[in-house]
Design a protein around this ligand. Structure first.
Ligand code: ZN
Length: 132
């Protein structure tokens, strides 16, 4: 299993990790298979979405903040319940097929690490399975 180390800079942000994940797939010389991207945190997540227009990421974060406001009426004593809720809504893993030696993402898709309680040091686990 490979790991990607990240340093996030804001309370909430999406960080494009597509290049890092693709680099791992290429280093392993896997032609056909699956790539699992997993976030081992309870206030962060991973998703796949538009990689062309950065305003899409901004809109998603803005709407999440409206749906799950930071200062809502929560019981979690640590004060970051909103981040836990967003992490669960988005999810802790994505899987992407590997085809012809690279991630079979759509033209407009990128893999995003989603920070919901930054800034922090974070990790992403990447596990690949060869199917040849
Ligand atoms: Zn907490």
């Amino acid at each position: 299993m490979d790991r990607i180390q990240l340093k996030t800079h804001y309370k909430s942000e999406f960080i494009d990790i597509t290049q890092e994940v693709n680099g791992i797939v290429q280093k392993q010389r896997i032609k056909e298979g699956m790539c699992y991207v997993y976030v081992p945190h309870t206030t962060a997540a991973v998703t796949i979405n538009e990689n062309a227009d950065p305003s899409v990421r901004k809109d998603i974060l803005n709407e999440f903040n409206k749906m799950v406001p930071w200062d809502g009426n929560y019981t979690h004593g640590e004060g970051n319940a909103a981040a836990h809720i967003k992490a669960t809504l988005v999810g802790s893993s994505v899987s992407v097929p590997i085809s012809s030696g690279k991630l079979a993402l759509g033209t407009w898709q990128g893999i995003y690490f989603c920070e919901f309680d930054g800034p922090r040091h974070r990790e992403v686990f990447v596990q690949t399975i060869k199917s040849e």
